[in-house]
Design a protein around this ligand. Structure first.
Ligand code: ADP
Ligand code: AMP
Length: 215
């Protein structure tokens, strides 16, 4: 099974993906997480990606597609995967269509998580992330039990560089221009289902779960 989570930054893709992978046996692929790790480890990829990410711009397609091509062939993807943050441009989606037959896979469903813009800003500026395991929290909506400490691994929580108000606004513009065209792209392929992401985390998951159960 291959599921794509589509939606603006802050829609809850990572949060819902965590719940989906707990229930369904799917590998989790977040290009954002992979790129952040590369930046932290100062790899060649990380050095190339860093400035784009800090400014809220997309990393060039040629860098990102190679990450995904490799990741999809790893053993944990054999049973299926959930893609979060990829594809983010029509060219990336076309690349994915070319690469999937090579590994005998196809897209089962694209889930578009829709959330109002003011709520997205609130969610992103209040987001905190575990520096060790990458799990997401929110100061108001999903606070950890102990302030700034991860419930799952005890790691320190931090605020992402690109979650500042200025960069959040830039990322929302980038989404509208470069990623939103994917909505029509997947609608035409009859693969898209929209989810009302304005509800709380569990209610959003219920909507997603009812769709995944039928696949
Ligand atoms: P994305 O992966 O789409 O960028 P995240 O899953 O990281 O978004 O969620 C952004 C922030 O909003 C996080 O701090 C998360 O805890 C919070 N969040 C996610 N879903 C909801 C929701 N349904 N209601 C309230 N807050 C949410
Ligand atoms: P995310 O964690 O999905 O919010 O992504 C954080 C940042 O990583 C984005 O603002 C981009 O700079 C970069 N990024 C993640 N995924 C992609 C992608 N598919 N294409 C281009 N850039 C990406």
């Amino acid at each position: 099974m291959l599921i794509i989570l589509l939606g603006p930054p802050g829609a809850g893709k990572g949060t819902e993906a965590e719940k989906i992978t707990q229930k369904y046996n799917l590998a989790y692929i977040s290009t954002g997480d992979i790129l952040r790790k590369a930046v932290k480890e100062e790899t060649q990829l990380g050095r190339k990606a860093r400035d784009y990410m800090d400014q809220g711009q997309l990393v060039p397609d040629n860098l990102v597609v190679e990450i995904v091509r490799e990741r999809l062939t790893e053993p944990d993807c054999a049973n299926g995967a959930i893609l979060d943050g990829f594809p983010r441009t029509v060219d990336q989606a076309i690349f994915l269509d070319q690469v999937l037959p090579e590994i005998g896979a196809e897209i089962d469903q694209v889930l578009l998580i829709e959330v109002e813009e003011n709520e997205l800003i609130e969610r992103l500026t209040g987001r905190r992330v575990c520096s060790d395991c990458g799990v997401n929290y929110h100061v108001k909506y999903k606070p950890p039990q102990v302030r700034n400490v991860c419930d799952q691994c005890g790691g320190d929580l931090y605020q992402r560089e690109d979650d500042s108000l200025k960069t959040v606004k830039e990322r929302l513009e980038v989404y509208k221009k470069q990623t939103e065209p994917l909505v029509d792209f997947y609608k035409e392929k009859k693969l898209l289902k929209a989810i009302d992401g304005n509800q709380d985390i569990d209610e959003v998951f219920e909507q997603i779960d009812s769709i995944l159960k039928q696949l």
